[in-house]
Design a protein around this ligand. Structure first.
Ligand code: SAM
Length: 246
């Protein structure tokens, strides 16, 4: 594509929320309506894209674990390329764009290319899952710390640098993103580090989508449920002193 150096566009890195379009922020909806091009992830598709204007070019750049994926460098290059055509570009990312969304690589590409940008925060699937299950993420006196963890590293395996003392803390709420496949191993490690297997756990699948599924259980029983499970939907796991009797 020919570069047009005198026309620099603008990139809005927009948080799409968990999927329910009513959980988009007003700012996100406005940027979508004004966009010339929308580069969206698989988890940021569906009805939220209805907010894009009729002339917006919709470009899927989805990355889902275990499925064919657009390489990150390709996404970075596309962002720069579209902006250099003087377009208003929305990069739509699931949940909150700043949480486990490889935002940093895209920021670096934009800074290196001197393309102006903004980041629009949004509703992470962690908050949406807790709200869907009528649960707070923190509780006065009993859950005074909240931690977000990825349950898979670049190889798909359990990260090797887990801070077990932190995540086995019975006074913290822990949210595990991308954790279904490795949860049995994670739960075994938690129990080895002293967290009781009856600790409450919420498994929230496809939050904000019609097929949403919520299971209130324990870390021990959730490990059994997810052992060998065929994972096809996005799911988040929250455990700790959640305030319900499983
Ligand atoms: C690449 S991370 C992106 C997280 C996103 N930035 C956020 O704030 O929710 C993808 C993971 O987020 C979680 N996730 C995203 N959307 C979800 C949804 N609608 N329901 C349940 N989990 C979701 C899952 O753990 C999924 O594997």
């Amino acid at each position: 594509m020919t570069e047009q150096p005198h026309q620099t566009g603008f990139v809005s890195l927009v948080s799409a929320g968990p999927g329910d379009p009513e959980l988009l922020t007003l700012k996100a909806a406005r940027r979508l309506a004004e966009a010339d091009a929308v580069l969206y992830d698989a988890l940021a598709s569906g009805p939220v894209l209805d907010h894009a204007g009729p002339n917006a070019e919709l470009i899927p750049v989805g990355k889902r674990a275990g499925r064919p994926s657009a390489r990150q460098e390709h996404v970075n290059a596309l962002l720069v390329e579209h902006a250099r055509q003087g377009r208003r570009v929305v990069r739509l990312k699931s949940g909150d764009a700043g949480i486990f969304g490889r935002l940093e690589e895209e920021l670096i590409a934009l800074v290196d290319a001197a393309i102006p940008f903004e980041i629009i925060p949004g509703v992470t699937s962690a908050s949406a899952a807790a709200a869907a299950a009528d649960l707070p993420l923190t509780r006065r006196l009993t859950a005074r710390r909240l931690q977000f963890l990825t349950g898979a590293d670049v190889t798909g395996g359990l990260p090797g640098d887990i801070n077990w003392a932190a995540i086995a803390d019975p006074h913290a709420t822990t949210v595990v993103f991308m954790g279904q496949r490795n949860f049995p191993a994670l739960a075994a490690g938690l129990q080895k580090h002293g967290l009781d297997e009856t600790t409450p756990a919420l498994f929230a699948e496809s939050v904000g989508h019609p097929q949403q599924r919520l299971i209130r259980t324990t870390i021990g029983d959730l490990a059994k449920l997810l052992e060998g499970a065929n994972v096809t939907q996005p799911g988040i796991i929250i455990f700790g002193p959640l305030g319900f009797d499983p």
